[in-house]
Design a protein. Structure first.
Ligand code: CAA
Length: 258
């Protein structure tokens, strides 16, 4: 049997997904994304999982979409398969939080995949970029939209138009990544963060993710109302009663995730 393109492992309440196409620097083929989507959907549906970590290898999180596969495609080939829709687009509908643990290259579709996750923890050797312009194309998996929202128009234009790479320190200063850690700490740091998230009440975690994402998607009046209504809705959960009672009684909450 062929090795999986995405390895999965369960660590406590955390689902770990590892891109496993090292010889091609984890280039994202349709098959890689199909396996990734299936694995993420399975973790999303598993009530024993509260958060996920997506990682690659020490050399590459992912060096982009598979250039070898795309090379010969015509406009009709990409249009008819709705390339970068389907399984690719489905990843944004995963409801549980996903942390991208990025070491090495996160380029093109690799950078876009990291940005599609909920936050990025980077190793000191991480390098981010959108070099599609060198291939005669542009980012097609959210790069032109998520990058200016994550950093700034100036830096996004710089990266997208010149194809230069940004190192981990610059990415942290710019706001693309939430933390930079030594390479050997990367996975532990991401797993620890995911374990903390997974220990929280799952309904609050999912609503928090939906509300933060809404900040990018609607007008401020609408998104503030969306946030408040979700805040109200959490008062229907047992975990809200337990969480507040535990605070008042000075003890740790025992969340049931309902
Ligand atoms: N697609 C397919 N194969 C890739 C790849 C990619 N995106 N990136 C690297 N590889 C393959 C190489 O072809 C090479 O394979 P062989 O050993 O069989 O020749 C192997 O991975 C190792 O790569 P290099 O020898 O190039 O390694 P390096 O250390 O010299 O350079 C690198 C590393 C700078 C990341 C370089 O590989 C590179 O520039 N890769 C392409 C980056 C890129 O352009 N990404 C954007 C892709 S388009 C896209 O993603 C569109 C979108 O918006 C979705």
């Amino acid at each position: 049997m062929d090795a999986p393109l995405v390895k999965t492992e369960v660590r406590g309440r955390v689902g770990l997904l590892t891109l496993n196409r090292p010889k091609a620097l984890n280039a994202l083929s349709n098959d890689v994304i199909a396996e990734l989507a299936a694995a993420m959907r399975a973790f999303d549906a598993d009530e024993n999982i509260g958060a996920m970590v997506l990682t690659g290898s020490e050399k590459a999180f992912a060096a982009g979409a598979d250039i070898g596969a795309m090379q010969g495609w015509s406009y009709m080939d990409v249009y008819k398969q709705d390339y970068l829709g389907g399984d690719w687009e489905s990843l944004k509908r995963i409801r549980k939080p996903i942390i991208a643990a990025v070491a090495g290259y996160a380029l093109g579709g690799g950078c876009e995949l990291a940005m599609l996750c909920d936050f990025i923890i980077a190793a000191e050797n991480a390098r981010f970029g959108q070099p599609e312009i060198k291939l005669g194309v542009i980012p097609g998996y959210g790069g032109t939209q998520r990058l200016p929202r994550a950093i700034s128009k100036a830096k996004a234009m710089d990266l997208v138009l010149t194809a230069r790479m940004m190192d981990a320190q610059e990415a942290e200063r710019a706001g693309l990544v939430s933390r930079v850690v030594p390479a050997e700490r990367l996975l532990d740091e991401a797993l620890e963060a995911a374990a903390i998230i997974a220990s929280m009440s799952l309904p609050s975690v999912i609503m928090a993710k939906e509300c933060v994402n809404m900040a990018y998607e609607g007008s401020l009046n609408d998104t503030l109302m969306f946030e408040r209504r979700n805040f109200h809705a959490l008062f229907a959960t047992e975990d809200q009663k337990e969480g507040m009672a535990a605070f008042v009684e000075k003890r740790k909450p025992d969340f049931k995730h309902k």
